[in-house]
Design a protein around this ligand. Structure first.
Ligand code: MN
Length: 433
């Protein structure tokens, strides 16, 4: 058995950091007092300022071009450069931030210029998101929700052939920590024949991964499944806030609309495809009797290593829990292995009709629930459609979210012999309508 070596960083807070050790190096857009909005890299409790590092002469060649693109006030230009540029920048950063860096004598006196404490920085949505698509590839969520409505036949006949998705709203994607306002809308009360108008009474979250698109494609030209990985820049956490009562009334025949478009929260850091490479696994085999994917959705290499092993966690913190000093309460622990379709299959399917993807487009995977209690990625599933209340450590109960509730997502990758990496949090507090 081979084990990789796990070098340490001279940025000491990175060593053993649960999210941002040297092996992660995710990118994000931040601002800091007196500095314009710009690209940076998370390292421990610090942000490495790419603009500042360029200005004092670090980076050469391809890494310099990549750092220039990533230092702007959005990551679209960097995403457009694709994997070779990401790898060049990553290799240079691994070299610069290593505790044995030959550049250390040059770097140390400049530490205050090129590093800012994360706690003093404000994070921003990392790209201008042209389009946002939300998929539905979490098969256990599809089954759990389907069972509520169709106990004998929970999955619709298309599910195992089509990576189901709908076009979401890019303009209301907000960065972690942005408060979310409870939406108003139309709902049909049980037994009623005409709708009423008012604040949603069944406000929910959805535990999803976000996928950042790198280089795009021309309109009319599909991305082949074997090339799809080249179009994926990185990943984040995504909360697809959902007003279940609005959704139930509005969704037929065209799918979710106002029940989803009021807000979508994402975590700030883009964890690159390269950082996730050690956590790639085979796509779980389809159960006996399931159809094989159609040819345009099948690629042997993608089946072999196109899935991800990322542990996902949902926590809830109510206002009362905060006041009583009670820690956030875990509602679910799940994993990206619950995806019925790989991210490459999503890209191939999205473009097979000639639809154009652009750098900085964002996908949501769909809610990533597991099959068992304790693994459900939404309150709709935990409460069985609002029937069962859950009890919190404060003694409070919940079927859906109350005003003041804060929802927290975390994600972490572990593998024997490799440094664990994480995503940082995706948080949002619900405000009254
Ligand atoms: Mn969703």
């Amino acid at each position: 058995m081979t084990t990789s070596s796990n070098p340490l960083s001279w940025v000491t807070s990175a060593n053993g950091h649960s999210d941002f050790p040297l092996q992660n190096l995710p990118l994000g857009i931040f601002s800091h007092s007196g500095l314009s909005k710009r690209g940076g890299v998370a390292i421990g409790e610090m942000i490495f300022d790419l603009r500042a590092a360029l200005d004092v002469g670090f980076f050469n060649g391809a890494a310099r071009d990549a750092a220039e693109a990533a230092s702007r006030d959005q990551l679209n230009d960097f995403f457009a450069l694709g994997a070779p540029a990401r790898q060049a920048l990553r290799n240079e950063l691994l070299h610069l931030l290593d505790e044995n860096s030959p550049q250390l004598s040059r770097l140390r006196p400049l530490a205050d210029t090129v590093l800012h404490p994360m706690s003093e920085c404000q994070m921003h949505v990392p790209a201008r998101i042209g389009d946002y698509t939300d998929f539905y590839v979490g098969i256990h969520h599809a089954l759990n929700v389907g069972k509520l409505f169709r106990p004998d036949n929970p999955l619709l006949p298309n599910y195992k052939y089509v990576p189901i998705g709908y076009h979401g709203r890019a303009s209301t994607i907000c960065i972690s920590d942005t408060p979310v306002k409870r939406p108003n809308g139309q709902t049909l009360a049980p037994g009623a024949t005409v709708p009423e108008f008012g604040p949603s009474k069944r406000l929910d979250y959805e535990l999803e991964m976000g996928v950042w698109i790198g280089p795009g494609n021309a309109i009319g030209e599909a991305i082949a499944i074997g090339e799809a990985a080249e179009h994926i820049a990185g990943f984040c956490l995504l909360n697809d806030w959902s007003a279940r009562d609005l959704q139930a009334w509005e969704y037929q025949p065209l799918g979710p609309f106002l029940s989803k478009s009021f807000a979508t929260s994402i975590s700030a850091w883009v964890v690159t495809a390269e950082a996730l490479a050690p956590f790639r696994i085979a796509q779980p085999a389809r159960p006996e009797g399931d159809p094989q994917p159609l040819a345009y959705l099948f690629d042997a290499a993608d089946q072999q290593g196109g899935a991800l092993d990322i542990e996902l966690e949902v926590l809830l913190l109510t206002e009362q829990m905060k006041a009583q000093g009670i820690a956030p309460h875990r509602l679910a622990l799940s994993n990206t292995q619950n995806m019925y379709w790989t991210v490459a299959q999503m890209v191939a399917h999205h473009t097979v009709n000639g639809c154009k993807l652009q750098p900085g487009d964002l996908f949501g995977t769909g809610t990533l629930s597991g099959p068992l209690a304790g693994q459900f990625g939404s309150l709709l599933e935990i409460s069985e459609g609002g029937k069962q209340a859950l009890t919190l450590p404060s003694g409070e109960s919940r079927r859906f979210l109350e005003d003041g509730d804060e929802v927290i997502f975390r994600a972490r990758c572990h593998r024997q012999g490799y440094a664990s990496i994480g995503f940082g949090e995706c948080r949002g507090t619900l405000l009254g309508a």
